[in-house]
Design a protein around this ligand. Structure first.
Ligand code: ZN
Length: 188
């Protein structure tokens, strides 16, 4: 009896905390080229959407990425997650973001991989500093300035929400130089 109860509880708890690894779609899939849809604020706190957030974070980490946008898992929604251990960028759940590019601080080169473009890394130009406003997973409005690696990831993921991929941003010569072979560029 006790054994059965323990097994029953184990099954229940493993289902409660189960996170699903979502399939990451690849370049060529039309979802990656769509303008993603805004998320209704009322939906953010639903258990379905909260579970989706957990699955996104789980999938990003399992894939060894520092960022993942909902269109990359075939959900055309304006949402992305980001997190990096080195350089340290705290986990952010970013819903319905708006980015203001702070042009006065200039641009810098950034070599990036994309989880939707296997085996390639490309060098693109990114703004050094941005202003990001969004809703977090509690539905709270956040407005902040980002610089460093966090600003880079946010720009890459924000592009995904607008159907833009790094292959669209790269200058032709850089694409030729960096297009082939494996590099250890961060995956986003
Ligand atoms: Zn990407």
């Amino acid at each position: 009896m006790n054994k059965l109860l323990i097994i029953f509880l184990l099954i229940i708890s493993s289902n409660l905390f189960a996170q699903n690894r979502l399939e990451i779609i690849k370049i060529g899939n039309p979802t990656l080229r769509m303008i993603a849809e805004e998320i209704d604020h009322k939906r953010i706190e639903s258990s379905e959407f909260q579970a989706f957030i957990d699955d996104m974070v789980f999938t990003m980490k399992k894939a060894g990425g520092v960022g993942l946008a909902a269109p990359q898992v075939d959900r055309s929604l304006r949402m992305f997650v980001m997190s990096s251990s080195f350089p340290k960028v705290p986990l952010k759940i970013v819903i319905n973001p708006k980015i203001e590019y702070l042009e006065n601080s200039g641009k810098k080169s950034s070599t990036e991989g994309c989880l939707s473009i296997p085996g390639k890394s490309l060098t693109v130009k990114r703004y050094k500093k941005i202003h990001l406003s969004y809703y977090n997973r509690k539905g709270e409005f956040i407005s902040e300035e980002l610089d460093g690696f966090g600003a880079i990831i946010a720009q890459h993921e924000y592009d995904h929400l607008n159907g833009v991929l790094i292959v669209d941003l790269v200058e032709q010569m850089q694409a030729i130089i960096n297009g082939a072979g494996f590099t250890d560029a961060p995956l986003m």
